[in-house]
Each structure stands twice: as structure tokens, then as C-alpha cells.
Design a protein around this ligand. Structure first.
Ligand code: ZN
Length: 424
């Protein structure tokens, strides 16, 4: 499998220059999801059971072998260069190996998460810029968020569209890697190379197209100026949208909704997208949650942790007490911060702090000290609205632990890493 992904990456972006490629799976207490060290990708073992997520996380780290490790961003303010390009390359690799529909599905739920984060932060929040300004004393980890990944991806995708054919853009990226490998670059290097590689685009001044200026992409706050066309994902995305509509149209016809599709036949990302939409719609009418539980709860119990945690967040956000014992079981079994933090935050946002305290006191001796400290903060301080977590806001490679120590230093300008819970 990994060999196949590496071969696909090599055919797109040139020879793998690091010799060996190994993966080490780290214990659930490892504070980040994944990290792209040259020759050796670190991945948290909690993701092993989560099918599609494992595929995406490994391919993302493989993509960093070219974008991030071979050519590196010169400053922390240009993190989007590594993450945006790696996310783009990751999606080119999954398009080659798993098809456009799968890639569009994955992109759809990540862009949903981006827009969710945008709502939390506000459109004028400076951390939504691609080129974030790093104030003295601020930990760069604090500035990483879904914009670094997904707004960065959208800009790279936009550039690929400008040249008309993703294969031409692949050629450009191969030349870019060849020119800059083993060096550090800034955005202007990428953009100058791009315009020099496509002189006809330079002549058309595509960098100054009204409303889509390169400068605006880099320095404007808010959502991406353009987003990819995901219509090639409709065979996978449309059934999700149809089912969501059946469950949320009043009056509810639970029999029709329940019998319309067998979600155990779905790809995990389809179930994730469905649950994310329900989470976004929460609180839902109590009758809907009750019927959803009757219909899906036992099926979801057998699925992976990324899916189960989303259902449990729905349970918590809707105060659906009959399934609370499942929340307790999950927290007694899962000791990974990527799952425990969002769930504790959701529980403490509601009226169930005593339930959270009880579970915490039962499990605290099994928790990593950093995680224990973070949960204690959640339990004692309550939540800053800026740091409301969302599992779907999953980034990768994000060193969550660093932020936890000084949550106040950037509380007004940055999203807590606790919030991002992603991979690198
Ligand atoms: Zn990354």
C-alpha cells in the first residue's frame, strides 16, 4: 500500500530523495496526530483503526517528503506553503490511487470544517490570513489552523486551475522541487516560479485579476477567494446530502429515512460527512435524536473511533441521556487527546460538568500528564468560546501540547491547538 502511494507521488513529483521511507506508530499519548520527519513518518497509533483517516494521514506525510522536507518554508509565517502544497499533493495522489470521487469527498468534509472554524473565529480574524503575522513571543504552533491547510490548498488549487490542466501544474511543481530542493523559500519564490513557468499567464497578469489578486490570497482575512469544484464527488456526497435532508425535513418520516440507505455499506468518510452535518445542525429536535439513535447507534458502535466520537458529540450536544453510558465507555477506553479533549469540551459546555468530573476522576491515573493537565483546565476554567473544539477541525502534524501550557497568551488572536487537533 505505502509502496503504491510512494510510486504515485514519484510519478507526479519526481524521485523520492530520502532513501528509506518508514513509519513509526506512537502510543495514544503522543500529543499530535502525525509528523513528517524525513525518512520516518510519526503517526499516532489511535488512527490505525480509522480506515480512510489512516490513508489520508500517511499520504499527507508522504507528500511532505517533497513539500515541506525537500523544499521548506523559510519562516513560520509561511507555514501555509508546506501545508497547502502538501495537502494539494496529497489530493493529487489520492486522485491517482483512489479516484476523484473519494478525493472530493475528503475535500468536502475538510472544507466544511474550515467554514465551521471560520464561524468560530470570525471572518476578520488575522489567523485566517495565509501569511499570518507572527508577533514577538507568540509560539508559531499557535498560529496553525485549518486555514494553514485548507485555505492554502484552495490557493494552490486555484493556481492549478489557472494553467488549465492539473498535469501541466504537476510539471511546474516538479520543476519547482528541482529548483529549490534542500532550500527554504517564501511565497514569492513559488509565485515567481509559477509565472515564469507559464509566461502566457504572466502576460495575462493573472496575479492581478480583480478580486483574485495573489496579494489578496496571501493577506486577506476570511474564507478562500475560490474553492474547488467538487462535482466529481457527487456519487459519494449526494447520498449523504439526501440522507441528511430526510432526517432534518419536518415533519420527520423516520421509517423512510431509516430505510433509505444502509450506512454500513458507505465509505467511512461518507458517514463522517453525515455526522458532521448533524453536528452542525445540533441541537436537533429531541424526536429526531431519539430516532437517529434507534436507527444508527448500535451500527456506529462497531465503527472506528473517528466515527464514534462524532456520534457521541451529537449525543452530548443534544443532551441525549440514554446514550450517555456510551460516552462514559468511550472516555474510559480512549486515552488519546485527539478524542478526549473535544468530548470533554463538549460535555463541559453543557450542563454536565459533574458527569465529566466523575469520569475524569475515574480515569485520570491512566492519562498522560499533559492530557490530564489540559482536561483539568477544561474542568476548572470552563471554555473560552474561541477555543471551542471540534473533532472535524482536524489538522495533522499540529503540536497540540505546546499550546496547552500557555492558553492565555494568544487567546484573543489565535485558535488554540487544542482546537485544531490535526496532523502535520
Ligand atoms: Zn502537513
Amino acid at each position: 500500500m505505502v509502496e503504491r502511494w510512494l510510486s504515485a507521488a514519484e510519478s507526479l513529483y519526481g524521485r523520492y530523495i530520502w532513501g528509506r521511507y518508514d513509519i513509526v506508530f506512537l502510543p495514544p499519548s503522543f500529543p499530535i496526530v502525525a509528523m513528517e520527519n524525513p525518512c520516518l513518518t510519526f503517526i499516532i497509533s489511535s488512527i490505525l483503526e480509522s480506515d480512510d483517516f489512516l490513508i489520508i494521514d500517511v499520504i499527507h506525510e508522504i507528500a511532505h517528503s517533497w513539500f515541506g522536507n525537500a523544499v521548506t518554508n523559510a519562516t513560520w509565517e509561511e507555514m501555509w506553503l508546506s501545508e497547502g502544497l502538501a495537502t494539494y499533493a496529497q489530493r493529487r495522489i489520492t486522485t491517482e490511487t483512489y479516484g476523484a470521487a473519494f478525493t472530493c469527498l475528503e475535500t468536502a468534509f475538510r472544507l466544511d470544517a474550515l467554514h465551521r472554524q471560520m464561524k468560530l473565529l470570525g471572518e476578520d480574524n488575522p489567523v485566517s490570513k495565509l501569511q499570518v503575522k507572527l508577533e514577538p513571543g507568540v509560539n508559531p504552533s499557535n498560529m496553525m489552523n485549518l486555514f494553514t491547510y485548507e485555505k492554502g490548498y484552495c490557493f494552490v488549487y486555484y493556481l492549478s486551475q489557472l494553467c488549465g490542466d492539473p498535469k501541466h501544474f504537476d510539471s511546474f511543481l516538479r520543476a519547482y522541487i528541482e529548483k529549490y530542493k534542500f532550500t527554504s523559500v517564501v511565497a514569492q519564490d513559488l509565485l515567481d516560479s509559477f509565472l515564469n513557468f507559464f509566461p502566457e499567464l504572466k502576460e495575462q497578469s493573472v496575479d492581478n485579476k480583480a478580486g483574485l489578486e495573489f496579494e489578496r490570497w496571501l493577506n486577506a482575512t476570511g474564507p478562500p477567494l475560490a474553492e474547488p469544484d467538487l462535482s466529481q464527488g457527487s456519487s459519494l456526497i449526494r447520498p449523504v446530502e439526501t440522507l441528511f435532508k430526510l432526517w432534518t425535513t419536518e415533519p420527520l418520516d423516520a421509517v423512510a429515512a431509516a430505510s433509505s440507505v444502509d450506512i454500513t455499506k458507505w465509505r467511512p468518510f461518507q458517514t463522517v460527512l453525515f455526522l458532521d452535518r448533524l453536528l452542525d445542525g445540533s441541537p436537533l429536535p429531541p424526536e429526531v435524536v431519539k430516532k437517529l439513535s434507534e436507527c444508527y447507534s448500535s451500527q456506529l458502535d462497531t465503527m472506528n473511533a473517528e466515527i464514534r466520537i462524532r456520534w457521541l458529540q451529537i449525543v452530548v450536544r443534544n443532551d441525549y441521556y440514554p446514550d450517555f453510558y456510551k460516552v462514559r465507555h468511550f472516555l474510559e477506553y480512549q486515552m488519546s487527546r485527539m478524542y478526549t479533549i473535544p468530548l470533554y469540551e463538549d460535555i463541559c459546555t453543557g450542563t454536565l460538568k459533574s458527569f465529566a468530573l466523575e469520569v475524569f476522576y475515574q480515569t485520570q491515573n491512566q492519562l498522560h500528564p499533559n492530557l490530564r493537565k489540559t482536561i483539568q483546565q477544561i474542568l476548572t476554567q470552563g471554555l473560552n468560546p474561541l477555543t471551542t473544539t471540534d473533532t472535524t477541525a482536524v489538522a495533522t502534524d499540529t503540536p497540540t501540547v505546546v499550546l496547552e501550557d500557555k492558553p492565555s497568551e494568544t487567546a484573543n488572536s489565535a485558535i488554540s491547538l487544542r482546537d485544531v487537533n490535526v496532523s502535520a
